[in-house]
Design a protein around this ligand. Structure first.
Ligand code: GLU
Length: 408
């Protein structure tokens, strides 16, 4: 049988294909030369499967989509404290290149606006790195997210550098506040090289899937950045990723996302999928017109909104029954599915309310597919308290979802 997903993507592209509204970005002359008809969409699953339609192998520059990834690298390299001291996490509600900083501290409001992204670039790698080595670190990091070596579009880079007055103005302002400590021109040059990295829609989907897959590239298996870093990056994408339309996006599409002025757009749905689209014509906010339409379709057709309340999962307590009789009787709690806080609470309640009178209590975890940290600790506590009350507790855990300690 042929997979249904490529056909769905073909249909989704066909629905938006005729929309020629919007403009190519023209503040970088090289960008204005792009082919406006290009159109692509790719899904990358967290186990590395790619589904694409349209111009999935056309290369274009990553532009602002590099920002969340550089932010991830800076957090990983310099640590949260050092990065948060210099760049905030508040949505600005302003255009990406607005010349504004936090009033008291001079900090850029967030890492997705240019002021924040220029500062973040300066924080990647160790403080001792030369400007060239820092750029190399950024390109290596972006490549690790994509799972293949990426390169810089030199013509795009030169074209943007010649017209970088606004970014230079921002960098000089950052330098005057002591947020940047290096030569502003050198940092802007590095930031523009970062923005000029060439990618395809496939690459972007894989990069997004690496975020969706808690920082592990689904194909290479590399842990590119830590899990805590990924949570931070996705949160900032969710609140600040779409320039001054972040609120509209959060309510209508609801997928942590980032757009770039070359027409790329990524979305990362934690634990599920990385999505990328490419279509160069932009709306007044600098976001890809057809990219937004595609994401709106994907979100509503497939229920991908992160705030979508999941259908009530099957109860985690599949059965609560007595096995055997007399002194050998055991109370058996058969658990099932994925267990997180709410599921663990149901288990605690079931155990407390049914107050087993049998000495032997068995938790059968054979059908439990996963259990998160909090739920694991809650279940351990239940076992501990039952033992304190004189019960003999056994755990049937053939897949070791509880870890070694409790099984022993
Ligand atoms: N390099 C571009 C700039 O800093 C990126 C802008 C964008 O993609 O939003 O102006």
């Amino acid at each position: 049988m042929k997979s249904i997903i490529p056909d769905y993507l073909d249909e989704a592209l066909a629905r938006v294909a005729s929309d020629a509204s919007g403009q190519l970005a023209d503040y970088i002359p090289e960008l204005a030369a792009a082919d406006p008809t290009r159109l692509a969409a790719v899904f990358a699953t967290t186990d590395g499967r790619l589904y694409g339609a349209g111009d999935v192998d056309t290369e274009f520059t990553i532009q602002s989509i590099s920002k969340p990834f550089a932010y991830a690298m800076a957090l990983d390299d310099a640590g949260f404290e050092a990065v948060l001291a210099k760049v905030g996490v508040e949505p600005s509600g302003e255009a990406f290149n607005q010349i504004s900083l936090e009033r008291d501290t001079g900090r850029p409001l967030n890492p997705m606006i240019n002021a924040g992204a220029i500062t973040v670039h300066s924080l990647v790698g160790s403080m001792q790195l030369t400007a060239a080595d820092r750029v190399a670190r950024v390109i290596d990091g972006l490549s690790a997210f994509a799972g293949r070596p990426l390169g810089v579009d030199e013509a795009m880079c030169a074209s943007e550098m010649e017209n970088a007055h606004r970014n230079l103005a921002i960098a000089h302002m950052l330098r005057s506040h002591g947020v940047l400590t290096e030569d502003p021109t050198v940092v802007v040059d590095g930031y523009i090289r970062q923005c000029s990295v060439r990618v395809t829609t496939r690459d972007l989907a894989m990069m997004a899937a690496t975020l969706a897959n808690h920082g592990v590239n689904p194909v290479t298996g590399d842990q590119v950045v830590g899990e805590r870093v990924v949570r931070q990056v996705l949160s900032v994408m969710a609140t600040c990723g779409m320039y001054d339309t972040a609120g509209d996006w959060a309510t209508q599409v609801g997928i942590p996302a980032k757009s770039g002025v070359a027409g790329g757009l990524i979305g990362a749905l934690p634990g599920q999928v990385g999505i990328a689209t490419f279509s160069p014509r932009l709306d007044a906010h600098g976001n890809s017109v057809r990219g937004i339409s595609l994401f709106e379709q994907f979100s509503s057709d497939m229920g991908l909104h992160v705030m979508e309340v999941p259908a009530t999962t099957r109860t985690v307590v599949r059965a609560n029954r007595t096995r055997g009789s007399g002194a050998g009787a055991a109370r058996v709690f058969e658990l099932q599915g994925g267990i997180r806080f709410a599921g663990a609470e149901r288990i605690v309640r079931e155990v407390v309310d049914s107050a087993p009178s049998e000495t032997r209590v068995v938790f059968d975890l054979t059908l439990v597919s996963s259990i998160d940290d909090v739920a694991r600790r809650m279940l351990r506590e239940v076992v501990y308290r039952l033992r304190l009350d004189g019960h003999h507790v056994e755990i049937a855990d053939p897949d070791s979802v509880m870890g070694a300690r409790v099984r022993a």
